[in-house]
Design a protein around this ligand. Sequence first.
Ligand SMILES: *Cc1c(COP(=O)(O)O)cnc(C)c1O
Length: 347
Amino acid sequence: MKRPISKLIRPSVLRLKPYSSARDEFKGNSDGMVFLDANENPFGSGLNRYPDPKQNKLRTELAALKGVQVDKLLLGNGSDEVLDLIVRVFCEPKEDNMILLPPTYGMYEVVAGVNNIDVIKVNLKSDFQPNVDAILEEVNDFTKIIFLCSPNNPSANTMLNSSVEEILNNFDGIVVIDEAYADFSTGPGWVDQLDNFPNLIVTQTLSKAYGLAGIRLGMCFASEEIINALNRIKPPYNINQLTQDEALKAVGQQNDVLGQIKEILKQRDELTEALNDLSIVKHVWPSEANFLLVEVDKANQRYNELIELGIVVRNRSSLPGCNNCLRFTVGTEEENQKLIQALNQLK
Ligand SMILES: *Cc1c(COP(=O)(O)O)cnc(C)c1O
């Protein structure tokens, strides 16, 4: 028997009385009403009112776009805020733990540290796939969350469906799948599997494919029960009005986004080909994202030389399984050519 979700949530989160904002308390039709409830400045600038704390309009549009019920979607100030909310709902400081699979996105460990939660690390295998047996062996009574990243940053691959499913079926806790790069991947992702796995949480973001890293908008998809728990601790006005407006605009301009994704994928293929022709490049890992993990001859030296030549990449060579690896974001055709020209100069 699996633990029900209600037994995974911290008792203090279930006990607390969530903040009730002015905008939450008045639920009627706002047309023609005089609002004297939130101590706002009445002289309108267009931004003098608090934003909708539940972002109903934006959530409705995003839920439709992603094919999920609106009650299974929560928005965050970037997916980084969503990750923090998830940890704070489920993990008791100094008591519970979470499992991470390095090499992976660095924020999971930071969020754990901020919340004083123990981390158990089970490295990905040499092909960057999860070692399912080793992961399940590390699980103990205090393991609340396993973080998966698919496509994974920095290895750029998606996790095998069979491995993810094995973890979902055999772990008695929450499985978070971070799909920040889902829009670049050929696979269907996991959002449409929520009804099959009550312990599944999927996160996505407008920061990568949508080109809106600056507005900070992350998405969290999960069962209504999990979303309700997250809403109990969510800061009421976490998505500001400007962000809600810009995100709505982007959702309405899907074709632009799809065109950019297509171009980035084309550039990714061309960059891969050009890199494979260089003698200092040892291996280019296949990518389901908008970046390439590239093994070079001497990563630290090449990283510094590229900076001298005006190009900033990410040195990932200190991460497990990433010896001598640099991570290149796929840029415009011109930017990618500059990268190749620079690498060509290096001896
Ligand atoms: C970039 C990135 C994020 C950050 O998303 P924000 O929505 O900008 O906070 C989350 N997860 C992974 C794996 C990333 O690479």
